[in-house]
Design a protein around this ligand. Structure first.
Ligand code: GCU
Length: 132
């Protein structure tokens, strides 16, 4: 099945704003998190079944400094992409429960997070349940 794409601009945002001034995003814009540790975007990932899912965050980081984030309990690096209009992806595999999973991406340093475009979900937990 295709990935389930959750736009960051629809996430629950703490210490950040939705913007659209850097081209190349999907959907209506992206999330610019405040440059503080603890700023976050929180996604609700609905899993068809319990199991592993690969969560792929699309992001831009126009600086040369890594902007690590805690994604669902795993520390993920978001190195510079060269420009705020250059988007890249980083993935983490997490075990999900069937139904709703609240996954928070939280800035780990005082630089804040990168700009976040979307979260794409693939893997067994994203597969539809097929009749036996
Ligand atoms: C610039 C850029 C923003 C980005 C910010 C940052 O202001 O225009 O999109 O979020 O830098 O450093 O986080």
């Amino acid at each position: 099945p295709p990935p389930t794409v959750l736009e960051a601009e629809n996430a629950t945002i703490s210490q950040g704003v939705v913007e659209s001034n850097h081209a190349g995003f999907t959907g209506a814009g992206f999330v610019n998190l405040d440059n503080v540790a603890g700023s976050y975007a929180e996604f609700t990932v609905t899993a068809a079944r319990a199991g592993d899912a690969t969560l792929t965050l699309r992001y831009a980081n126009g600086t040369t400094a890594n902007r690590p984030m805690d994604v669902g309990g795993t520390l993920v690096d978001f190195p510079g992409t060269g420009a705020w209009t250059t988007w890249a992806t980083r993935s983490v595999t997490l075990p999900l429960v069937a139904g709703a999973n609240v996954i928070r991406a939280t800035s780990a340093t005082a630089n804040g997070g990168p700009n976040l475009d979307h979260l794409a979900v693939t893997g067994p937990a994203n597969d539809p349940v097929r009749p036996a």
